[in-house]
Design a protein around this ligand. Structure first.
Ligand code: C5P
Length: 422
């Protein structure tokens, strides 16, 4: 089986030590594991042990603000292929069944759209209690796979069902769950029986590639050629596409912006790296090339820092042209059904944009006047230049431009590739 990403939530209970063995088995099978430790779980295993074995940061608190910048809890819950709760205590399952979200683990469980597997562990009386049995039934009804606990002697001396299944058995159940994984079913909303929110999102099932930010073209190990692109508009577009339900691949030049929730991001430095990642990302339904790719790079790069020699002579800097990623994509055998370029212009905005659309072979050019809204600002006034003419929008915050553009793209994709109905 190909390596998968597993989010392992470890509840509090004497059986928590077995989750260490489970983690070891999952790593041995080649899976990537991120651990979340509940407060009670921390009483039984340490974050350090889990971090060492998983080779990943261990998450314990919802209020870890640094994480909210680096990786929000929504993203943490969505980027896994499977969420595993082991041990799933009576308390944790009661909260899951009720939809409580008062710590990181329960918040992730409520926010996830991925399959969930729970391996219960608790005292026999607690397991057999009608409240727990009710909760287990509720969870199973909600689509959660709840394993049967093992029968045997408990840490407390009693005998019966309630022991955490052996790590090998949980591992087997995980393999099976990954094989048959389908997202958690979404309930029909009252009065709207056919309404399944994620399926109704306008870009559900669409794969969208976005480039953003500047590129850095090295001259020597310490110097590079760059431009003023902040990446804000491209990142806002990636965020809006993910919100609209698309699978988003964001190929970002060097910027200091957080990854929007639900977006897969690949960082690159130079135009040539960006071109390679774009080609690797195909096929996609739509590509939106927002990056301000450097037109030229240094013809020769020096392996060592170029020194001033005191003579006052300036070193020559010969340039060579970078590949045009957008134009290349337009001619690619896997050309996306909708190809959108951007054009930042300082004069004759529309004329330049119209010519650029034809020259580059893309479907739309989103033109903006960077003399009015300089790169790096918060707002954008754009004109969408297409075969059918020009659609000019008023000046809007970049987030609003992104959402409006995504609505237009969703409509256009529905026209070009009608969505499958189920
Ligand atoms: O030619 P110009 O740089 O103005 O074109 C802008 C559009 O082309 C943007 O969509 C930009 O992302 C894309 N582009 C590219 N590769 C280049 C240059 C520009 O994809 N080398």
């Amino acid at each position: 089986m190909a390596a998968k990403r597993i989010l392992l939530i470890i509840g509090g209970g004497i059986a928590a030590y077995k989750s260490i063995e489970l983690l070891r088995l999952l790593r041995k099978s080649g899976h990537e594991v991120r651990c979340v430790l509940t407060r009670a779980g921390e009483q039984f295993v340490t974050p350090m042990t889990l971090a060492a074995l998983s080779e990943n940061k261990v998450h314990t608190s919802l209020f870890d603000l640094k994480d909210e910048v680096e990786m929000g809890h929504i993203q943490l819950s969505r980027e896994a292929d499977l969420v595993v709760v082991a041990p799933a205590t009576a308390d944790l399952m009661a909260k899951m069944a009720q939809g409580l979200a008062d710590d990181l683990a329960t918040t992730l469980l409520l926010a996830t759209d991925k399959p969930v597997l729970a391996a219960p562990a608790m005292n026999v009386r607690m397991w057999l209690h009608p409240a727990t049995q009710r909760n287990v039934a509720t969870l199973r009804g909600d689509g959660v796979t709840v394993m049967e606990p093992d029968v045997g002697e408990m840490a407390c001396g009693e005998f019966g069902p309630g022991r955490l299944p052996e790590p090998e058995a949980i591992h087997d159940a995980i393999v099976e769950a990954l094989r048959t994984a389908t997202p958690l079913p979404l309930p029909a909303l009252a009065g709207q029986p056919d309404f399944a929110p994620s399926r109704r999102r306008p870009l559900y099932g669409r794969r969208i590639l976005i480039t953003a930010g500047p590129t850095h073209e090295p001259i020597d190990p310490v110097r590079y050629i760059a431009n003023r692109s902040s990446g804000k508009q491209g990142f806002a577009i990636a965020a809006a596409a993910a919100e609209a339900g698309a699978d988003v691949l964001l190929i970002a030049g060097p910027v200091s912006l957080p990854t929007p929730p639900g977006v897969i991001r690949v960082d690159v430095e130079s135009a040539r790296e960006m071109a390679e990642e774009v080609a690797d990302g195909l096929p996609v339904d739509a590509a939106i090339m927002v990056a301000a790719v450097a037109d030229w790079r240094a013809a020769d790069t020096s392996a060592q820092k170029i020194k001033k020699d005191g003579s006052g002579k300036v070193p020559p800097l010969a340039l060579t042209e970078n590949p045009d990623i957008l134009a290349g994509l337009a001619e690619h055998p896997k050309r996306p059904a909708l190809l959108v370029g951007f054009a930042a212009e300082t004069n004759d905005v529309l004329d330049h944009a119209k010519a650029k659309r034809v020259r580059k072979g893309c479907d739309w050019i989103v033109a903006n006047d960077v003399s009015a809204d300089p790169m790096g600002g918060e707002n954008n006034r754009v004109h969408i230049v297409s075969h059918d003419g020009v659609d000019s929008w008023k000046r809007l915050p970049k987030e609003a431009v992104a959402r409006k553009l995504m609505e237009k793209i969703a409509d256009e994709l529905d026209r070009r590739i009608p969505p499958e109905t189920d």
